[in-house]
Design a protein around this ligand. Sequence first.
Ligand SMILES: Cc1ncc(COP(=O)(O)O)c(C=O)c1O
Length: 411
Amino acid sequence: MITLSDCLELDARDPLRDVRARFATPAEDTVYLDGNSLGAMPADVPERVNALLLDGWRDARRRGWSHFDWLEKPWLLGESLAHLLGVGARDVVFSDSTSVNLFKLLAYGWKLQSPRRVIVTERENFPTDVYVAEGLARFVGDGAQLRLIDGPDDLPAALDGDVAVVYLSHADYRSGYRWDMAATNRLIHGCGALAMWDLSHVAGAIAVELERDGADLAVGCGYKYLCGGPGAPSWLYVHPRLQHRDWPVIAGWMGHEDVFAFAQRYAPLDGVRRHLAGSPSILANVALSAAADLWKSIRPEDLNWKHRSLSTLMVALLEQRCGALGVKVTSPADYDRRGGHIAFSHPGAGSVSEALLAHGVVGSFRKPDSIRFGLSPMALSHAQIWTAVDRLAQVLQTEVWREPRFAHVSV
Ligand SMILES: Cc1ncc(COP(=O)(O)O)c(C=O)c1O
């Protein structure tokens, strides 16, 4: 039996204790388990954004571009994250949204692989990932096609000499299933295809080794576990051996080798920076830089200790306290196959999720019967996991979730 004092003991050993203390305390006393959707806010974001507005925009105005690090921010932010992705400091940059970066890199990889014409992805991949791939195939025409698989067991049969890119989410946004990246990349490379990954449900929750494990291209959200703020720019990674092979898909002036030369002829910047298409979003990057200072201070092994500890605790407590009350953990039992969040099912999941909100636990509902609890190692304590499951057990035991006020399920 796990007790609250066990959780407090784990908190006393938490290597990210000091990082947790650097998050803002929200107005409402909730246990926030939705970091897989929008991560918590580092405490110094308002001060940084305010300084940007007053010293940067109001006072320096156009001179801000040379007085501050606005132009360099896309790769400075990347340098802060690189060690948690297991990539070189110069191999990752922040720009644009996740969907836009998915398109930029998928199309780049697809072109490098010409004349191969097939993109393999999961039928149930996150919708934007599938739309981007379908949209690319329609855009290029000329026999380009998608080959859809239903999971890891289907992958070997989908691979042949026509496959240009295999394009997967490292962790599934519903079940949390996390692919074995190294083994999958070996399989993909065995047929001569490139491996492209969407790490939105992993980056910032679990430290990965993209370069060691053979990823060719990767993209992820900045606003989930990375805590970069609503609509934060996304990151993109290109393996060094692929960085110089071609023009970027959007050959914009910020990816030019000499931005302020205003040359009429395009020449790409060195390396991954060529994928920076236009002006960086300075307001968003400054908000994101507060989180970047937190990433910088985190050792990959500490992030992984903390996430494993939170995830193992959450599963054990859900089973211990709520198993007999209709909760069934649907995320994989093996920790190494789990991404950032835990998913569980309950027949009344929508109303249970609403009732939880009223009882101070923020999770997210996914149709038809699933609730997700996002486990942000930077912002959460073990004691909060205890409190969340305790509140869930109360909601289920009292059956308060059946009240009509919880019948309408919000998004
Ligand atoms: C796996 C995955 N990819 C991409 C996105 C979203 O992309 P964008 O930032 O372009 O909205 C999400 C959003 O939740 C996601 O879960």
